[in-house]
Design a protein around this ligand. Sequence first.
Ligand code: OAD
Length: 252
Amino acid sequence: MTEDEALAAARRLLRESRRVLVLAGAGLSRESGIPTFRGEDGLWRRFRPEELATPGAFARMPEQVWDWYRWRWERVREARPHAGHRALARLAMCRRTTVANQNVDGLLEEAYAAAGADGRGVMAVHGTLRRAHCQRCGASREMGELPAAGVPACSCGGRLRPSVVWFGEELDPLHLARLAEEGEEADLALAVGTSALVWPAAGVLPRVRRRGRTVVVVNPDRDAAGPGDLWLEGGAARLLPALVEDLDGEDA
Ligand code: OAD
């Protein structure tokens, strides 16, 4: 199948769908300048984050964990949404769309806000890098307000931590419930820029497929992507706008 044929087939399916589930991963934000986790220039290779992104690592070496998150935050604060983020926001204006967003950068949320799309459609299943909260009292702070070095402290004397979900931590039960519901109800799934390796979020794709519904994959590397039925092989910034370009808003 050529790319044009795959795009035409995916557009047809989107037009026929009323309810769309999107599983978004680090590849969605790569063209905004944020490295992915796995693959050639992945954060995981250079920094071994699997040793840092755990509650145990934070208890043992909070300064190193904070240095790493500050390094990531510096990239995120300079980044802007690209045409692919904007295309997903446009999709949300045309179809009932739920995004399970594994990205913690907030760029998709920014694109939604700029487009006037309903931000409740985006679940930040792995939390956000834009905020930190106190481990003791739960008070929340903007990342940009925190000191540039060391382990930030709360006024209650507790230790602040980034508001991301670490390995070994549970996802928000409301997110889990919505994922389960979309697995049963979505007419179509889009897997954008994800290796679909990290569960439970990735588990929504096999659920959709079991019901005979199509998973459209947007990813330049088939071998680094999860399961799918229809392949759009390329970057999200080019292919997502092409996918939604002539979608109408009648079903919004
Ligand atoms: P990964 O780094 O595992 O996968 C990135 C995916 O993006 C790969 O499949 C790439 O082929 C693809 N990709 C690269 N460039 C792309 C582009 N321009 N357009 C589209 N796709 C592109 O990232 P995730 O699947 O998000 O969790 O990883 C899932 C979770 O693993 C992350 O949320 C994080 C990590 O552990 C936590 O921190 C809890």
